[in-house]
Structure formats: structure tokens, C-alpha cells
Design a protein around this ligand. Sequence first.
Ligand code: UT7
Length: 323
Amino acid sequence: MIRSVVLGCGSYLPERILTNSELAKKVDTSDEWIVQRTGIQQRHIAGEGEFTSHLAIKAAKAALANAGIDAQSIDLIVLATSTPDQTFPATAVAVQNALGITHGAAFDLQAVCSGFIFAMTTADSLLRTGAGKRALVIGAETFSRILDWTDRGTCVLFGDGAGAVVLEAQEGAGTTADRGVLTTHLRSDGRHKEKLYVDGGPSSTQTVGYLRMEGREVFKHAVGMITDVIVDAFAATGASAETIDWFVPHQANKRIIDASAQKLHIAPQKVVLTVDRHGNTSAASIPLALSVAVNDGRIKKGDLVLLEAMGGGFTWGSALVRW
Ligand code: UT7
């Protein structure tokens, strides 16, 4: 059977770092509160004139370099974002154009913080049907642009950044010893659509709007939803907390990550954590964390890597990948 094998990954973070102490000068918060409740110490903020596409292009180029392949061999770009440069065209075509690619397809996908898992699943499905041979899967966000910087309940949580992976369709034996995406599980439940949303949009208000969240409500559902789709991934493959090498969760809140890992009996040393340095970068958080763990030598070829995310919608999902 065809497997979507990871050839490389890369990421980009804007230069400007915003610390908790700096934030405490703008809104009624403290470094202590933010660290205790979320694990976040700092986040990166895109510069003036620096758009989601700019971050995505840099991450894509880094992923291509890491894979050691030419951009011209890419025939599919799936870009997950909730903060596109414009309502349309898709930010993915700006990336495609910057890479000088004029063949194949490029499109955006929107599933908020679960966007990367949804994009990876979509790319994997298309590669396995033969619709493409090599895909760039990108998560890129500039959430700083949709934050209400007077709302301490949300503005301390998010940051900007982008990450990308290159997938290639390769023949596999059809066992879990294969390299590549082994299983993916996606879920959505629109009954929760008002718990985390943006209060604007082209069709409703003709404005961009600001992020609104009932943090406690999101928190309440997060661990259960995350662990459900991971149990599904384990059931589909026979993998377990013991057999996975790395757990790379969406980075929203250290308390959610710790509680999910604990519930699943995943050893703390297998958990890749970047929320302290990146904050919640929505669809970019997983490929950013993957890049960190690949670059520092933790994730190696052949390792079994478990990914998960949960976010606005609600949407949630998991992916099990042999690197
Ligand atoms: O990417 C996926 C989507 N997002 C998430 O996964 C986020 C999920 N939610 C969370 O991570 C947490 O709910 C938060 C970090 C947002 C909040 O933590 P919490 O422990 O649920 O706190 P809370 O909302 O229950 O608020 C506790 C107190 C409140 O004060 P009172 O009512 O107890 O007097 C808040 O007003 O903390 C107050 N508070 C703050 N204090 C200082 C809220 N935000 C802040 C702040 N600094 N930034």
C-alpha cells in the first residue's frame, strides 16, 4: 500500500519575542499567573508587514532544505491557517508562487488549532489516491492580529509562527513497521462552536473580528477529546503508550498536555513541549514542535511519533506517524 512518508520538516518564528513580564505592563496579569496556569513564558510576534504567508514560505523552504529536495518536485500544498493573508485567494497559492511552482494544487484548510492534523490527513489521503507524489503540509498563523490585546483571558495565550513537513508517496508493506502516516482520526462537534470563535467574518460582519474564548469550557472538554482520538489511533494500529517514542501534542496549555499524557500513561520524557517558548500558535504548533525535536536529535528516522490537537469548532484529531 501507499504510505505518506515524512522526508523532512522545517519551521520559522518571527524575530520579536514578547515575554510575560512585558505583557504584564499592558494588561492586568503576571508572569507567575501565566506560567502557573499555562506553562507559557514567552511567544513570538510577527513584525509589521510580516504576514502568515511570509512565515509559511520560510517554514516551507526550511522543510524542503531539510528533506534535501527541490521545490519543483512538490505537486500538492495544503496549508492550515485561521489567519490567512486575505479572505481569498488561499495563502497556500502565495507559498506556491514564492516557491516558483506552477503545477499541481495548493489550497488552505481551516480547522483552527487542529488544522495541522486535518491538513496532514487531507494530504495523506490525496497522496494515497495517487493525486500527488510529494506534498508540503504547512501550519502557519499570525494570531497576534486577531487578539483583543485588552482581554487578559486570551491575549496572553497565543503567538505567531509556522511549521511545515514534506510528505512523499512511497510503497509500504501495509504493516505498522512501515515508515509514514500509519493512521489518522478526525472529529468535529459544532455544538461547541461558540466556546472558541472569532467575532467577525466576511459574510457576517465584513470585519476580521477578534478571538473570543470561554477558556474554562475549552479546558473542560480538551483532555477527554484528546485522549479519545489517541485511543482510536492505538486501537487502529496496536500501538500503545509504551510503544510510541514521542508524543507531540498541540501546544495550548502545559496543564492540558500533562493531564492528557498522564491519563494515557505516556511517560513524561516522551512528551515534546514547546508551549513555554512559543505559546499557542494554533495550526503551527505541531510542526513547530516537530522541528524542535527533529533538530535537537530527539526524533529520528523510524521513531513512532504520536500527534494530536484540539481547538475551535470544536475540532480534534490524532495522527500516528513512523518517522
Ligand atoms: O488551542 C486550543 C484552544 N485553547 C485552549 O486549549 C485553552 C483552554 N483553556 C485554558 O488553557 C485555561 O482555561 C486558561 C489558561 C485560558 C485559563 O485558566 P483557568 O485555570 O481555566 O482559569 P480561569 O479562566 O478559571 O480563571 C481563573 C481566574 C479568574 O479570576 P476569578 O474569577 O477567579 O477572580 C480570571 O479572571 O484567573 C483570572 N484570569 C487571569 N488572571 C491573571 C484570567 N486570565 C488571567 C490572566 N492573568 N491573564
